[in-house]
Write a protein that binds this ligand. Structure first.
Ligand code: ADP
Length: 456
């Protein structure tokens, strides 16, 4: 059976608080009650001692008024006998009877037996004069604590206040439990709703959850991040489909039109026309190749074949291959290859990385622009920077350039022949070597790509 988290939390909080309230309430009640009884018992003993003292001191000339008043206030039965056992004075048992009567009346309204007046107790004390026994005092009372009515009223008030405070504590505990369980579960149910929306394909909504619980905040951020990534992926996927359709349709339409024109005899079927059709077929083929490349990246079939080679030599060779292209566009190509060092990398893949970056720098540079290749090696890494002052990228476009088939609007306007997968492949190759690639760019000002490859 599945129980809602809010219910589970509520039940747990309530059980915990009830257990704490009952135990502390009962314990404090018991402790206070015990201490109060102790005090009463001592008080009773003191009163008896006081009475015995008075009687002993005035045995020859008894002050019966004082004895009477103590017996009346403490509800004692007092009897004094002489040496022969003859009663010389008694208070009579009227105080005891009154007390029993009153106590029985009150007991009916008290809980448990804590207010029981107890059994009748009689204690006797010798009266001595000059070291010889001259008589006996008998003191009688109810119960070892000899509760007075005031004591009972005090105990009753104490018990009542414990009950009331326990009741208030329970009400507060219930309110706090409801509030806390709601507070904890509300953001979770919002997150849950949000994930259901994502499941339905609605990635647009973002939820800014106000919570002081770190884990819930992190979960909410992760869900928002997930929605954002899925949103971007969704947009990219849609863009990719239309891009691919466009990329394939253009050469196909050219082919179809040229062939129709040739069949209709509108244009002659000479070598030039056939060559131009052939170029379109090659373009389609290239596109299919690119798709294959991407598929192999996804299968993570990036097996590295590492060999030792001199990085400076290899970079200079690549730069030489690019020189004619840069010259064609009158681009000032600055090469700052500083250090000659034997490195252990997959040479072909390294070449592909640099080729892709230089080819982008060339394609996205303007006529008479400037491209720079910089190499630097520190204790741990090889750092290669390819910088250009070409068309650049906007802030929104920059994070997307490593995505498959992504092409910025500006690059789309240009006839660069790109399909938006060069950087995806470059990034995969760099990461396969345990390195990373970073890009900085400003629209219309240029871009800088930094590749960091570990030496080990
Ligand atoms: P493409 O084959 O389209 O160049 P890439 O994956 O190499 O594909 O690049 C993806 C996109 O990144 C390009 O279409 C372009 O918009 C942008 N880009 C890459 N390099 C540069 C650069 N040096 N300057 C400006 N934009 C660039």
């Amino acid at each position: 059976m599945k129980i809602k988290l809010s219910k589970k939390l509520l039940i747990t909080f309530l059980l915990l608080s009830f257990a704490v309230i009952f135990t502390t309430g009962l314990m404090s009640n018991l402790i206070v009650d015990r201490e109060f009884n102790k005090y009463l018992q001592e008080n009773n003993k003191n009163n008896i001692n006081k009475l015995v003292g008075i009687i002993t001191n005035s045995y020859n000339k008894l002050d019966t008024n004082e004895i009477q008043s103590i017996a009346a206030s403490e509800k004692f039965y007092v009897e004094i006998e002489d040496i022969s056992g003859k009663t010389v004075y008694t208070t009579g048992k009227q105080y005891l009877q009154n007390k029993r009567y009153n106590m029985n009346m009150m007991k009916g309204r008290m809980p448990g037996n804590s207010f029981n007046s107890g059994d009748y107790i009689e204690e006797s004390y010798h009266i001595e004069s000059n070291g010889t026994k001259v008589g006996k005092i008998i003191v009688g009372y109810f119960g070892i604590y000899n509760f007075s009515e005031k004591d009972v009223i005090f105990k009753k008030a104490l018990y009542k206040s414990f009950m009331i405070s326990m009741g208030i504590a329970i009400i507060i505990a219930v309110i706090i439990s409801i509030v806390i369980s709601k507070q904890l579960t509300k953001p979770l149910s919002i997150i849950n709703k949000k994930s259901l929306e994502i499941r339905k394909g609605n990635f647009k909504e973002r939820e800014d959850i106000k919570t002081s619980t770190l884990e819930i905040k992190e979960l909410s951020d992760s869900i928002n991040y997930l929605a954002e990534s899925l949103d971007k992926q969704d947009a990219l996927r849609k863009r990719l489909t239309s891009d691919m359709a466009h990329e394939i349709r253009t050469p196909l339409t050219i082919l179809q039109n040229s062939m129709e024109a040739m069949m209709d005899g509108v244009i002659s079927m000479d070598r030039d026309k056939i060559e131009s059709c052939y170029e379109e077929v090659i373009r389609i083929n290239k596109l299919v190749d690119n798709l294959k490349n991407i598929a192999s990246l996804e299968e993570s079939s990036l097996n590295l074949n590492k060999t030792n080679f001199d990085i400076k030599e290899e970079l200079e060779r690549i730069c030489q291959d690019f020189q004619p292209y840069f010259r064609k566009k009158n681009i000032n190509f600055i090469n700052e290859i500083k250090e000659s060092r034997q490195v252990l990398l997959d040479k072909d893949k390294f070449r592909q990385i640099i080729n892709n970056l230089l080819s982008n720098a060339y394609r996205y540079s303007n006529q008479n622009g400037e491209v720079q290749l910089l190499e630097d090696i520190n204790d741990n890494n090889i750092i290669i920077k390819v910088t250009d002052n070409g068309i650049g990228l906007s802030e929104e476009e920059l994070p997307l350039i490593f995505e498959r088939f992504y092409r910025s609007d500006k690059s789309r306007d240009r006839e660069t022949g790109g399909a938006g997968i060069g950087l995806t492949i470059t990034k995969a190759l760099v990461e396969a070597h345990g390195g990373k690639i970073e890009a900085e760019s400003r629209l219309n000002q240029g871009s800088c790509f930094t590749v960091i490859l570990p030496l080990e």
